[in-house]
Design a protein around this ligand. Sequence first.
Ligand code: ZN
Ligand code: ZN
Length: 495
Amino acid sequence: MAEIEVVSSDGARRDGEERPRPGEPDPDPVVDVYSAAAYGDLDRLRGFVEQGAAAALREPDGNGYHALQWAALNNYPHVALYIIEHGGDVNAADHTRQTALHWAAVRGSTSVADVLMEHGARVEAADVNGYRAVHVASQYGQTSFLHHIISKYGADFDALDNDGRSALHWAAYKGNADTIRLLLFLGANQVRQDKNGTCPFSVSNATKVSFEDKYFPGRSRKIGYAPFLFAYLVVCLVLFLNSIVFAPNFSRITATAGLWSWAAVTLFFASQVMFYRVSRKNPGFIKANTKRHDPKEPLMEIDLANSSTWTGNWSQLCPTCKIIRPMRSKHCPTCKHCVEQFDHHCPWISNCVGKRNKWDFFVFLWMGIATSFLGAAVGFHRLWTEPIVLSPSESWIHFMVTKHPGAVLFMFLDVFLLTGALILTGAQAVQIARNITTNEAANRSRYTYLRGPDGRFRNPYSQGCQRNCTDFLINGYSNDEEVAWPTLQQTVQRS
Ligand SMILES: [Zn+2]
Ligand SMILES: [Zn+2]
């Protein structure tokens, strides 16, 4: 692909690649039919042709490239149309057998592709390396262009080049995540090997066995650590009742301490109800598209142009569920579903935290804090008010551990739980105030919608701390549909 030069025309300037420095003389770059085509100067192209240079539209330039290729590269559909109407061959190939459609794929010139296709361009034209337009688009990460020629002109996305590589091989090799996502969404072959025996995704990744797969195979993966957390909590309760409240080696509990103990135990059972609720409640799973796909027309059931949720972000395509998901949702491999306003998959509740159970999760955390704090307070009171009789050689810690081992163990487990709950609740509270999910906070660089025009982080969903908090406390989630930031709307229009 090194043969394709990047022209510093207006097209290139739009990409911010080259721009003449102020003060320097800017020599007129349009000297012939080819440069007029490359710079999209239709008036002067017409002038050259009317002065007798019409033959140049059918012949390559000194480097063997056609005027139509230059117009295609820089996306000048009106110039391309003029060239075709004045004798330019729509399938003319250069010395590497690349056509104008190949060059259109480099920069993702979709409107030129339409002109070319309407005038009989061959979508499956292959160059000397066997690259078709789908390969070139994948190499350059031109996802919109790729989608366009596949959905509108039926380009074969599983076609192979001379080395047996598909568009998916190239997208994976170049690391173009959006292109990979689109091809997987369309059902591109993931297991086919090229001539070197390489699959689109490296073997080490495919055979990587996670910790859970190894030690908790099959169904238990979904069960997660919730049973462990439950057992931990039950142990805490038993220790609390046995070694703190009704411990025979403590003096009789005071009425006040008894009342607080009773409150702690009540809160414990209320938290258990919340624990059950948060782990079983639907976090906002989005129904997968289970309809059988016609392999020849994979996009027929999903029309991007008429989808209400599509905002032009390729990250919205889920290759597994075969759906266009709303912004902010993500596929959870453990739950095997896309989750609306995905926050994180919490193994301790064996469920995802998302739009529909985030409020419950937050309340559960607060109940956890209240319960473990009360337990710790009562435990501390009991240990503190107990008379300590130390022998001269005995340390305080040794006395406590030997005299009240259950109480010490309870305090240790309880404070550990309290610390964890406090950290998690603090993190959640900060994110709620900013209206950002744990996933977004952790992967902010991956999401284009979290970037402003200057490329810096910006959260379009935040409506100010106060509004974010009240929305969450009243509804349990934020209404993203109300978000009306200009760039999001521009994105919708562009698609
Ligand atoms: Zn999914
Ligand atoms: Zn999950």
